[in-house]
Design a protein around this ligand. Sequence first.
Ligand SMILES: C[S@@+](CC[C@H](N)C(=O)[O-])C[C@H]1O[C@@H](n2cnc3c(N)ncnc32)[C@H](O)[C@@H]1O
Length: 205
Amino acid sequence: MENTAKPEIELVEKNGEVTLSIGGEQAMQAWERDLMWASADMLCEYGHEFYEVGLGLGLSALRIARNPVTRRHTVLELFGEVEELFRTRNPGLPGSLAIERGDFFERIFALPSESVDGMFFDPALDMDVWMDKDLWARTMPEVLRVLRPGGVFVPFFSTKPELRWQYVSHFRSVRVERHPYVAYDTTEYTYGTSGDAYIQCFRKD
Ligand SMILES: C[S@@+](CC[C@H](N)C(=O)[O-])C[C@H]1O[C@@H](n2cnc3c(N)ncnc32)[C@H](O)[C@@H]1O
């Protein structure tokens, strides 16, 4: 998602399905809830202070913020409209939760070193961003810098059993959990609408 773009943002609730649409793309759907919760619970095994990239429907954000171990959970979101939709749908947010506005690929350079125990990473990115080798080479060392020793980086699940090149060479230790999933018939962003999802947890030495 480019930070200069002002895409149309819409929450579509239809036939029992909930979709957050950004720029006409399915950015997030509510069927992901159990995968988001499993990822959030995994993250919370590693400490008390967490950071998250991408608010979306806020499923993972609320799960992390409401975990009794969590002292502080900060979520970075690119679009104000996404935050407004989330706040309207979720009055009475936990005191541990802070939502900040910004672009991760800029903000990461400003985050203090060794300041979080875990980062959940779930932005919806355009393919050209995913494929930008220089961007990842600049960004991932900053993620490592921001994590405390023993801290973890949990990216959103993969529906292929492979470790993403963007992250894998930056860590020595990876934990992977397989979770069966069933998406909506209308879901466009998974390989098939059911199968196995792999939640990956990269740990800093
Ligand atoms: C897949 S959704 C997040 C879903 C979330 N985990 C949940 O449980 O609902 C992706 C979110 O990342 C945001 N995003 C995309 N690019 C971003 C960036 N560069 N920095 C911060 N947020 C970004 C999008 O606006 C969108 O709200």
